[in-house]
Design a protein around this ligand. Structure first.
Ligand SMILES: NC(=O)c1ccc[n+]([C@@H]2O[C@H](COP(=O)([O-])OP(=O)(O)OC[C@H]3O[C@@H](n4cnc5c(N)ncnc54)[C@H](OP(=O)(O)O)[C@@H]3O)[C@@H](O)[C@H]2O)c1
Length: 346
């Protein structure tokens, strides 16, 4: 295949939360696959918040640092458009990391530490779920609730950014395990959507009486806090944690734009007091540790109707910059936010 494609490049390092103007859309030739290589046509791009870690001028944390002019990185679902590799046929669906572009050439034998593109069976589940419930976000939710949070039936879990990809699955896993799930999200519509998914109670962190509402939703406190956010949300949750509560530290999106030091005031003294006095267990985790075991469990719950996979789709590669910046500044999307770059079949 020859011709031109569109791709999104980083125009400038992000200062604070990313803005659409930090990115530019440009043209590039469609690459030709060489020996034992495959040409992938992007169908969906996942707008994962952790991509923000790659956009600082100095690498603070995370796996990679981008430089302006590079094509944006990120997880994708693609279809094989041309193949010179015996394990991949034209038309196969795969999950990989093509980034924000229409076409990409991959060498499955020389792939990065994440391994070769994962083949998907569209008969088992919609291919988009490979970027949500049956992909990284699902495995992350399972890891946080089951392995790190060690949530037990009858316990209460409170989840921040609950209407996002990870949080919405985490709450449903908690319900499948027989626990009580309380979700924190921005706005009445998101809270309603979470109750439709089976959350026992929801609290809008943008409401002026958020802390009081949270207290009312947790009359017996919480045994696990699935941390996705930080900031004022965490300050409201901490006093409501029970003795010995576990706090799986999955993310801290409210701080992704501030580097190593926030604007203050310094809440560490109160935080330390709480950790010691309540015997809190705080454990960070990054990367996908739950692996196939987590995915199999979620697939089983999906088959039983206990876990649904909410996703929101914005159309067209050109929508990616604005949609990505909205992840950090507030939007109306529920579940996994995807960009549809092309239809699923040609
Ligand atoms: N540890 C790991 O391996 C791993 C893997 C994947 C994700 N993560 C982290 O897990 C968290 C959730 O990821 P996700 O994929 O579910 O993200 P997502 O689907 O993009 O949802 C993120 C949500 O966070 C909320 N948010 C953004 N800024 C906020 C702020 N300042 N205060 C409160 N809420 C805010 C927004 O929801 P509202 O509209 O409700 O505000 C937004 O929709 C993120 O922190 C992410 O970085 C970690």
């Amino acid at each position: 295949m020859s011709g031109m494609q569109r791709q999104v490049v980083l125009r400038a390092y992000a200062k604070g939360n990313p803005r659409a103007t930090d990115f530019a859309i440009e043209g590039a030739p469609v690459p030709e696959p060489g020996e034992r290589e495959i040409l992938l046509r992007t169908i969906y791009i996942a707008l994962d918040p952790l991509i923000r870690f790659s956009l600082d001028e100095t690498l603070i944390s995370g796996a990679s640092r981008m430089v302006p002019g590079e094509v944006m990185v990120g997880p994708t679902v693609s279809q094989v458009a041309a193949s010179n590799h015996p394990d991949y046929a034209v038309g196969d669906y795969v999950e990989g990391r093509s980034g924000w572009r229409e076409y990409n050439v991959v060498a499955p034998d020389r792939s990065d530490y994440r391994g070769p593109p994962r083949k998907l069976d569209p008969a088992l589940a919609p291919v988009s779920t490979a970027l949500g419930a049956l992909g990284g976000p699902g495995q992350t939710a399972y890891e946080g609730v089951v392995n790190v949070g060690r949530l037990q039936a009858g316990e209460t879990i409170v989840i921040s950014a609950a209407a996002g990809a990870v949080g919405s699955i985490a709450g449903q896993i908690a319900k499948a395990l027989g626990a009580r799930a309380v979700g924190i999200a921005g706005g009445a519509d998101k809270c309603r959507a979470l109750r439709d998914l089976g959350f026992d109670a929801t609290v809008d962190y943008k409401a002026p009486d958020f802390a009081d509402q949270l207290k009312a939703a947790l009359p017996e406190g919480a045994d696990v806090y699935f941390e996705n956010v930080g900031g004022d949300v965490t300050l409201a949750v901490l006093p409501l944690l029970n003795r010995g509560a576990r706090m799986p530290m999955c993310g801290f999106i409210a701080y992704y734009g501030v580097g190593m030091e926030g604007p203050g005031p310094d809440h560490l003294p109160g935080f330390y007091r709480m950790i010691m006095n309540k015997g809190l267990e705080i454990k960070g985790f990054a990367g996908i540790f739950a692996g196939q075991k987590g995915l199999d469990a979620i697939a089983g719950w999906m088959n039983e109707g206990k876990v649904r996979f909410p996703e929101s789709i914005v159309e067209g590669l050109e929508a990616a910059p604005e949609a990505f910046s909205s992840v950090f500044s507030g939007h109306e999307h529920i579940g996994k936010l995807l960009v549809r770059v092309a239809p699923e079949t040609c």
